[in-house]
Design a protein. Structure first.
Length: 234
C-alpha cells in the first residue's frame, strides 16, 4: 500500500474530476466497508477514506499533486546537510488537520446525502399524492357520469312507462267504445231478429187462419152438396 498513490487507491487517473473521485469513493466504500471483520478490508477502507479526504478537497489535492510532482523529479544529492521540510511535528500537525477537516467533510457529505435522500423521498411522496389526487378526481368524475347516465336511463324508463300507460288507457277506451258499439249492434240485431221472428210467426198464423178458413169453406161446400145444407158453417 505504501508504494501506491492516492489516485491508485481510488483507481483513478491524475486528471480525474471531482465527480469521478466521489463516485470512486462511494463504489469502493461499498466494496470495502469500514465495519468489515476482515483486517485487510478494514485497512483498505481506511486507505480509501484517507485518499478521498485528500483528493476530495481541492486545496489538499493541489498540495498533494505538488508532492507527487516533486517525487517524480530526480533527486540531487548534496554534501550540504539540509533539514527536511516535513519534520515529525509538522507531520503530526498535518495529520491532525487532515483528520479534522476530513471528518468535517465526511459529516458534511453524509448530511448532504441524507438531505438529498429526504428531498427525493419528499418529491416521490408529493408525486404519489398528486397521482392519488388525480385518480380520486377521475374516480369522482366517473361516478358523476355514472350517476347522470343512471338518472337519464331512469328518466327514459319513466317516459316509456308513461307512454305505455297512455297507450294502454287509449286502447282500453277504444276497446270499451268498440264493446259498446258491438253490444249496441248485437242488441239491434237481436231486436231485428225478434221482429223478423214475430213477422214470420204473424205470417204463419195468418197463413194458418187463411188455410183453416179455406178448409172450413171447402167443408161447408161439400156438406151443402151432400146434405143440402152446411152444418159446420153455423
Amino acid at each position: 500500500m505504501a508504494s501506491k498513490t492516492l489516485y491508485d487507491i481510488l483507481e483513478l487517473s491524475l486528471s480525474a474530476s471531482p465527480e469521478s473521485i466521489r463516485a470512486a469513493y462511494e463504489r469502493l466504500s461499498a466494496k470495502f466497508p469500514e465495519s468489515s471483520a476482515n483486517p485487510d478490508a478494514k485497512l483498505q477502507a481506511s486507505a480509501i477514506t484517507e485518499a478521498f479526504l485528500t483528493l476530495g478537497n481541492p486545496a489538499k489535492r493541489a498540495q498533494y499533486d505538488k508532492t507527487l510532482a516533486a517525487r517524480s523529479q530526480p533527486v540531487i544529492y548534496s554534501v550540504e546537510a539540509v533539514e527536511p521540510f516535513w519534520t515529525l511535528p509538522k507531520l503530526f500537525i498535518l495529520l491532525a488537520v487532515i483528520v479534522i477537516f476530513g471528518g468535517a467533510s465526511y459529516k458534511y457529505n453524509k448530511e448532504q446525502a441524507r438531505l438529498d435522500a429526504e428531498r427525493a423521498i419528499a418529491v416521490a411522496k408529493a408525486k404519489e399524492a398528486e397521482e392519488t389526487a388525480k385518480a380520486e378526481a377521475a374516480k369522482e368524475q366517473f361516478e358523476l357520469a355514472k350517476q347522470r347516465e343512471q338518472a337519464l336511463q331512469e328518466e327514459r324508463q319513466r317516459r316509456e312507462r308513461d307512454t305505455m300507460l297512455r297507450q294502454f288507457d287509449a286502447q282500453q277506451r277504444t276497446n270499451r267504445v268498440e264493446n259498446v258499439v258491438s253490444d249496441r249492434g248485437k242488441e239491434q240485431r237481436e231486436r231485428m231478429a225478434q221482429q223478423q221472428q214475430q213477422r214470420e210467426e204473424a205470417q204463419a198464423a195468418a197463413a194458418t187462419r187463411q188455410r183453416l178458413a179455406q178448409e172450413k169453406a171447402e167443408l161447408c161446400r161439400l156438406e151443402r152438396e151432400r146434405y143440402g145444407r152446411a152444418i159446420s158453417c153455423y
